[in-house]
Structure formats: structure tokens, C-alpha cells
Design a protein around this ligand. Structure first.
Ligand code: BGC
Length: 277
């Protein structure tokens, strides 16, 4: 169950999940709201519970709102594995995905290095409600905590759309003309920010660190508009979660957390090409 059906990031999760489905003979139904929407997402999980699926793999978008649903599924004997975003206090059997706090921390360190410790930063985050987005901001803020030269002046939410990311980046720039760095915490945020920066001809003056390695992100990195991005492994997240579900159904013990690799890809490394999803 993805945050957004046609989001390229989630399509990679689906691809990995379906590959594991073929390998382990598990049939996969991929679903999610057309556009990111918490209550729609919850409704779809509830429907999956009612239709008595054999297992649910979903984001645990909001710890508070998703925990009762996850626990309801578990109580009915439907195992739940969270992916991408954990609801760690729920009874889910396992989490597969990025360590979101750490990924934000790495982004903060990369920004410090990329701006030589001096920057006025605007943040575009996917959502103020989703746990992974909150953790990515928290980790970032902790990383820059002892750097008086780095100041975060504003944070706005894009509702994980590129259009709103661009709108919000534009607002930040007009409200804070001294902003010279941006951090985008979900896959489409960096793309929206880059659009505005390009339109205003600020490419040389503004540092951007984004999330994920979608083809458009890599393109913008090659053009020198995005300087760095946090690498996640969506294909692997999909694959491993199905593999784990299969093992769990066979009665094997599975680990309660699997953090998939995360790291920073810099513009200068892009030619080396290690960006497989
Ligand atoms: C996040 C996903 C999110 C996507 C939005 C990714 O960075 O991990 O949870 O749905 O961005 O585009």
C-alpha cells in the first residue's frame, strides 16, 4: 500500500515487490491513494483487512493514526510489515526501509560541507504529519545544531507534489530573499525547488539537497542545479518486504527492523553511476 499510486518512487517499490512475488510465488496487489491522502490510505488498509488478504505491506505514515489499524489487522491474523515509514509502536511484525532520522542527519552534514558551513536554509517537506518527513527534518536540524553559520529560516509543506513544492519554494524566496540553500525531504520536493531556481536564474547561487534518485533528479544533478541527494533503495524495500512476509508466513523468525542502505549522492559522483534503485 503506497502513499501515492503513480509516484515514481512507489512504482519502484512495486517493481521490487512484484519481482519478489514472482520469485516466492506470492501474488501482489499494489494499491494506494491517487494523490497522497492519509484518510484515503487508511480506508484502503481497512478494505484490505475486510477482504481478508494474507498479509499487508504498508507505510506506517502516522504512528498515531495507523497504529490502531495495524493492530486491528494483526489481531485478525493478518500480518503487517511497514515499509518506508515505520509505526514502531504498533504491533507490526517488521519494518523495512530507510532509517529516516539518519537520512536527515546525513543530509544536514552534506549541506554543511556543500555550503562551507554558511547558509540560510529553506526546507520543503512532504508533510508536517507524516512520521518519516518529521524524522528527516529532525535529523537534519540535529546535524546543523552546532553550526551557527547555518540557519533554517522557513519550512513549508508540499503535500508531496512537485507543483506545491515549487509554489512553496517560491514563497520562501520572496519572504526570505537571503535564502541560499534548500533541503527537500521527499522525492518530488527537490524537483519543485529546482524548477523555481531555474526559472529565476539562480542556479549558481543556490545550493539544493534533495531526496531520492528519480531520473529527473539525476538529470538536474547533471545540469548542476541539484548538488546532492539522499539515496534510498525503493526497489530493495519492495523486494525485501515481500521476501520477509513470505518467510514470516512460513513460520520463520524475521527481524523486527531492516534498515536499507542510505547515503548521499553528490553531483561530482554522478558520472560513476552507482545510483541503482
Ligand atoms: C518518500 C516516500 C514519499 C515520496 C514522495 C520519498 O522520499 O520516502 O514516502 O511518498 O518521497 O514523492
Amino acid at each position: 500500500m503506497s502513499e501515492e499510486l503513480n509516484n515514481e518512487y512507489w512504482r519502484l517499490v512495486e517493481k521490487g515487490a512484484k519481482a519478489a512475488g514472482r520469485r516466492y510465488h506470492v501474488s501482489i496487489e499494489y494499491n494506494g491513494p491517487l494523490q497522497s491522502n492519509l484518510s484515503e490510505h487508511m480506508k484502503l488498509i481497512d478494505m484490505a483487512i475486510s477482504s481478508k488478504v494474507d498479509g499487508i505491506i504498508t507505510q506506517g505514515l502516522s504512528e498515531e493514526k495507523f497504529t490502531p489499524l495495524i493492530n486491528k489487522a494483526m489481531k485478525k491474523g493478518i500480518p503487517v510489515i511497514t515499509v518506508d515509514t515505520d509505526a514502531a509502536k504498533s504491533k507490526r511484525v517488521s519494518y523495512v526501509g530507510t532509517d529516516n532520522y539518519r537520512s536527515g542527519y546525513l543530509a544536514g552534514k552534506a549541506l554543511i560541507a556543500g555550503t562551507k558551513g554558511k547558509a540560510v536554509v529553506g526546507i520543503i517537506t512532504g508533510s508536517f504529519e507524516a512520521s518519516h518527513q518529521k524524522l528527516r527534518v529532525e535529523g537534519f536540524k540535529d546535524a546543523i545544531k552546532n553550526k551557527p553559520g547555518i540557519k533554517v529560516v522557513d519550512i513549508k509543506a508540499s503535500n508531496i507534489t512537485k507543483v506545491q513544492a515549487a509554489e512553496k519554494a517560491n514563497e520562501i524566496l520572496s519572504e526570505h530573499p537571503d535564502v541560499n540553500a534548500f533541503y527537500g525531504t521527499s522525492a518530488l520536493d527537490g524537483l519543485g525547488i529546482a524548477q523555481v531556481i531555474k526559472r529565476q536564474g539562480h542556479e549558481k547561487k543556490i545550493y539544493i539537497i534533495s531526496f531520492d534518485t528519480l531520473p529527473e533528479t539525476l538529470q538536474l544533478m547533471k545540469q548542476g542545479i541539484i548538488q546532492a541527494t539522499v539515496v534510498q533503495k525503493p526497489y530493495k524495500i519492495g523486494y525485501e518486504s515481500v521476501k520477509l512476509m513470505h518467510e514470516f508466513k512460513k513460520g520463520r523468525h524475521i527481524p523486527s527492523t531492516i534498515h536499507t542502505d542510505t547515503g548521499i549522492l553528490y553531483q561530482k559522483d554522478i558520472a560513476k553511476g552507482d545510483v541503482s534503485p
